[in-house]
Write a protein that binds this ligand. Structure first.
Ligand SMILES: Nc1nc(=O)c2c([nH]1)NC[C@@H]1CN(c3ccc(C(=O)N[C@@H](CCC(=O)O)C(=O)O)cc3)C=[N+]21
Length: 351
């Protein structure tokens, strides 16, 4: 198993530009399985990470997103009951799913399960693929007005006949738990302004760094990818944390040279095993957002999930790396729950 993924890293095309061809969001498939690496029992509680650690295979840490996410879900569950007991309010998340994409259905199911696990109410509407934009807008409008709903999530991607911008703009910023409303992104970009919500995946990346004691201030950070939902907000967040940030994308010349200068790398491009060991500065910390299915005849599903970063190479050079699966993915859902809880607290002035 481990050798097949190793082979995959080496059989990947070596040209950088070939990897940067545009692609849709990584496709989510199947249940979590941690097969390729040993996971430490729990994340360090204090600042144990040494960025200057000599780069040997044994010294690299696996950043265990699955276990951090579990810890965060427990904290959220405690807050949800405290709020329910104190003011009788249960946070509610409404999820709007349009069409029958298999990966989207899986994501929505996982979000619903996660809500149940912490005591958050979840409402779900599944509209047919050929629904009109107006029908979606009507649902958004009724959830905007519904006092039992504190967060609204429109599962992306939407069918191509809908205007994503119109739809996302319709979610009231008070309930925009995805943090995708332009007003929330705009505030994220401006110094001295505070967004009501920060997008879940980038927020999860920063939370992982924080809980593993990786300091960001004054560090060189490189974000690979410039999507609205991950790359761009991740770069804005790192900058707010006082990193010096570069964004590498499909039109960047010499991406490897820029990436090699990074103390912290966040990769969100959706290209399997694109970032090679030789692109990584010894001791760097790597947050791998990509969740890419690749063929794997030895797996019962016929595929396995790999990140944007060649894990077996990275683990030898970096001081810490997030695995795929079990890294950023579970954190995204934990941050969605946190945003929903915080929204209910804000709406009900509960501290
Ligand atoms: N409005 C909207 N908000 C989103 O946040 C959103 C979206 N649309 N569309 C799709 C993407 C993708 N996404 C993931 C969430 C969790 C995992 C996750 O938990 N993955 C696990 C399981 C992987 C597996 O084994 O299948 C892991 O990485 O360990 C992955 C991907 C949220 N998205």
């Amino acid at each position: 198993m481990a050798s097949s993924i190793f082979t995959h890293c080496h059989s990947s095309p070596s040209s950088t530009t070939a990897f940067f061809l545009r692609r849709r969001h990584p496709v989510h498939v199947g249940p979590t399985s941690l097969r390729f690496f040993s996971i430490p029992s729990s994340p360090p509680s204090s600042h144990l990470l040494s960025l200057a650690a000599s780069a040997t295979e044994a010294s690299a840490k696996v950043i265990d997103g699955k276990s951090v996410a579990k810890q965060i879900r427990e904290e959220i569950a405690a807050e949800v009951s405290r709020m329910r007991e104190a003011v009788g309010v249960i946070p509610g998340l409404a999820v709007i799913l349009v069409g029958d994409r298999k990966d989207s259905a899986t994501y929505v199911r996982n979000k619903k399960k996660a809500c149940e696990s912490v005591g958050i109410n979840s409402l779900e509407v599944n509209l047919p693929e050929d629904s009109t934009e107006e029908e979606v807008l009507n649902y958004i409008s009724s959830y905007n007005d519904d006092p039992l709903v504190h967060g609204i999530l429109v599962q992306l991607p939407l069918p191509s006949h809908m205007n994503e911008q119109n739809v996302l703009n319709a979610v009231t910023i008070e309930k925009d738990v995805d943090g995708f409303h332009p007003l929330n992104i705009g505030r994220l970009a401006m110094r001295g302004r505070e967004p009501l919500f920060v997008p879940c995946t980038p927020k999860g990346c920063i939370e992982l760094l924080r809980r593993y004691g990786v300091s960001i201030k004054g560090k060189r950070a490189v974000v690979i990818g410039r999507s609205n939902i991950v790359g761009t907000p991740a770069a804005l967040l790192l900058q707010r944390e006082d990193a010096t940030v570069s964004v590498v994308h499909s039109r960047t010349s010499n991406p490897e040279e820029i990436i090699r200068q990074a103390d912290i790398i966040i990769s969100a491009v959706g290209q399997p095993n694109m970032v090679r060991g030789s692109w990584i500065k010894p001791g760097a910390v790597i947050i791998d957002v990509g969740i890419n299915p690749v063929d794997d005849p030895s797996s019962s599903r016929g595929y396995k999930l790999v990140g944007d970063v060649c894990y077996e190479e990275a683990i030898k050079v970096a001081s810490a790396v997030t695995p795929v699966p079990g890294g950023v993915g579970p954190m995204t859902i934990a941050m969605l729950l946190q945003n929903t809880l915080n929204s209910a607290k804000r709406i009900h002035s509960f501290e």
